[in-house]
Design a binder for this molecule. Structure first.
Ligand SMILES: *Cc1c(COP(=O)(O)O)cnc(C)c1O
Length: 452
């Protein structure tokens, strides 16, 4: 018998009909006390339907749910688990840290070591630790406004930067007009100073800076978007953004919460920034740097970071910022994340992306597979290239729903939304990859039945 807290030790090929009684029961209980039964909306499966699986344990590339079903995990906690679940070194470091207490509200050694590791790997000169990516982008924007004395911010449609009021904005009626709130609860005043542009669109960026450049505090962009599916920057696009910002005295804020320490040792900047010669003024990090715990950061130019409290007048603080357990987990993860680890994940991602494409082609499903480093995603019902959010929005989400559930039934946990990246870890070995590859043809056929 499989106990609820048993770790996956010897994953067996799951039976095609999966039990969900226990997950369903927990979901009902959760609904009684939590809106939608979840603590982050995408987990509720609203985009794909069906019963969200309550996970009981994870080991390496595998998840086990409360009904005892096992899955190859292709979300890796939405990015953070670069080394896979329950890596023994990360686990040992965390257990060791916890025995000494969990939080002191004072400076500690691991937070300095984690900051040193971040500064050594990336173009930032100084870094401030926070607890979530949302906090990181919110603080970076405050700092950019404080530094420039300007209020306008520019973002791209389809780029997600956490649930910061001013960034939950949708394009207004025309370019260079203020954005409108993307959700109830955000006051119009919070998005009035936000301009929303189509991604990969140089002309739109040029037009907005030509008209309002002297009022723009910063442009924030995902370094390589993964929150509208994977829509990588066209070659030179980040460099163009960086130069445009510099020309107008605005700061270039590169959001590497998803890509940082995931697509390379140095994040997306390591893939195109170093070559193209651009340098962000501010960078936000999260996900991998917390090693599965809540830790995030923003950093950048020393002169800009110098304005931050207590050195400067721009206020920012956090009770659990730099938490010793979270920073220990992040540090242990980053220390394991060598060039070989990235090379292995890159290779595995290439294999899976190709296998997915091949299965869909064989089943006659129109599709686009796009990769940004080792993150990739599949857009069903489309041809050509997905350059921006408008393109991504034309995908066939009903076909994805069928594809998702066919994979889930065969023991593969894909992102429960078509607008998300697929994530691998260093623990995705040949056996895990083969399990996914074997499941793809049936899922492609399921998608073929509904694709329009
Ligand atoms: C996940 C994410 C965030 C928000 O991070 P949270 O820790 O969920 O608040 C911000 N930016 C990007 C690019 C992300 O992928």
């Amino acid at each position: 018998m499989v106990g609820e807290n048993t770790c996956v030790s010897d994953p067996v090929t799951p039976s095609p009909t999966r039990r969900t009684a226990s997950s369903a029961e927990w979901f009902q209980r959760a609904h009684r006390v939590t809106p939608g039964g979840v603590n982050s909306p995408v987990r509720a499966f609203n985009a794909v339907g069906g019963t969200p699986r309550f996970m009981a344990s994870g080991l390496g590339a595998w998840l086990r749910d409360v009904d005892g079903n096992e899955y190859v995990d292709l979300i890796c906690s939405w990015g953070p688990l670069l080394m896979g679940h329950a890596h023994p070194d990360v686990q040992a470091a965390v257990l060791d840290a916890v025995t000494r207490g969990t939080s002191y509200g004072t400076p500690t050694r691991p937070e300095v070591e984690l900051a040193e590791e971040i500064v050594a790997r990336t173009p930032v000169e100084k870094v401030r630790l926070v607890s979530s990516g949302t906090e990181a982008t919110m603080s970076a924007i405050r700092l950019a406004r404080g530094f420039t004395g300007r209020e306008l911010i520019v973002k791209f449609a389809g780029c997600y930067h956490g649930h910061v009021d001013s960034l939950l904005a949708e394009a207004g009626s025309g370019l260079a007009t203020h954005a409108v709130p993307g959700t109830p609860g955000v006051p119009a005043a919070s998005t009035e100073a936000t301009l929303v542009l189509p991604y990969n669109d140089r002309a739109a960026v040029e037009a907005v800076f030509a008209e309002r450049g002297s009022e723009i505090a910063c442009l924030i962009t995902e370094a390589s978007p993964g929150n509208m599916g994977v829509v990588p920057p066209e070659p030179g696009f980040n460099q163009f953004l960086s130069e445009t910002c510099a020309r107008h005295g605005a700061l270039f804020v590169s959001d590497e919460v998803m890509t940082g320490f995931r697509v390379s040792r140095q994040g997306q900047w390591g893939l195109d920034g170093a070559d193209e010669g651009w340098r962000p003024d501010l960078v936000t990090f999260g996900k991998v740097m917390g090693g599965g715990f809540p830790a995030a950061a923003f950093g950048g130019r020393a002169d800009v970071m110098g304005l931050l409290s207590p050195d400067g007048p721009v206020y920012q603080a956090g009770t659990l910022s730099g938490n010793p357990v979270a920073t220990t987990a992040g540090l242990a993860t980053l220390r394991l994340a060598t060039d070989e680890v990235y090379a292995g994940i890159d290779q595995a991602a290439g294999v899976l992306a190709a296998a997915a494409g091949e299965a869909l082609t064989r089943a006659g499903v129109p599709h686009v597979v796009q990769a940004g480093g080792n993150m990739f995603s599949v857009f069903l019902g489309l041809d050509g290239t997905v350059r921006d959010f408008a393109d991504a929005s034309r995908q066939d989400t009903d076909a994805y729903r069928a594809f998702f559930h066919a994979m889930l039934d065969q023991g593969v946990y894909l992102p429960p939304s078509a607008y998300e990246a697929w994530f691998l870890s260093a623990a995705h070995d040949d056996r895990a990859l083969q399990h996914v590859i074997d499941a793809l043809p049936a899922a492609a056929q399921a998608a073929a039945k509904v694709v329009s």
